[in-house]
Design a protein around this ligand. Sequence first.
Ligand SMILES: [Zn+2]
Length: 205
Amino acid sequence: MKRPLSLQKLIDALRKLPGVGPRSARRMAEAVLAMDYEEAREIGRAIVRAKKAIRPCSVCGIDTEQDPCEICSDETRDRSFVCVVESAEDVIAFESSGSHEGVYHVLGGTINYTRGSGPEKLNLASLFSRAGAGGIKEVLIATNPTLEGESTAAYIVKRLKNTGIKLTRPARGLPRGADIDFLDSETISIAHKERQEAFFLNDEQ
Ligand SMILES: [Zn+2]
C-alpha cells in the first residue's frame, strides 16, 4: 500500500529543508499529523508569513521586514565601518556581542568553486559598489575562519586593496573551522577589538 498522496507530498516538501533526510522527514510528518489542527496550521502560516514579509536589505543584504533594514537606517551607526559576514545569523551574533558600532554587509555564503558557488553567486557586487561610492574607512572581513571563509576574504582583499579603505580581519585565535554564529559574545568581542590589518592576505594573491 502506498502512502496517502497528501502525506507523501508533505514528506517530499519537508525533505527540501537542509539536513532533512527521508527518515527525519517521515518523523516530522508523523509529528504534524499528531498535532492539533490549529497547531499544524500555525506552522504553515509561519512559513508563508516569513516568506512574504522578509526580503534582503537593499543596502547590506540582511534578511529584513523593512528596507533599508533597522541597522542601515539607524543614524547613530558608524557608516564608515562595514563588517562583512557570511550570513544574517553572523550579524545577530555580532549584535548580541555588542562589539560592532558600524554597519554590515551580508555575503550570503562563501566562494566555493567545487560547489559551483563563484563570486557572482554572492552579494559581492553591491559590496564593491558600496566601497566605490566613498565614505567607507574600514572594512572588517569577518568571514568564518574556515578554508572557504579565508579564500573569500582573500578575494575581497584583492578587490578592495587599492581603494584606500583599511581592510581588517578578526583577531587570530578564533578556533579554526569555527562558525562565528556559534561563538560566545566574549570571543566575538575580543576578535573584533583585536582585529588586524589584512595585509597577510595580500601576499597570497
Ligand atoms: Zn541593511
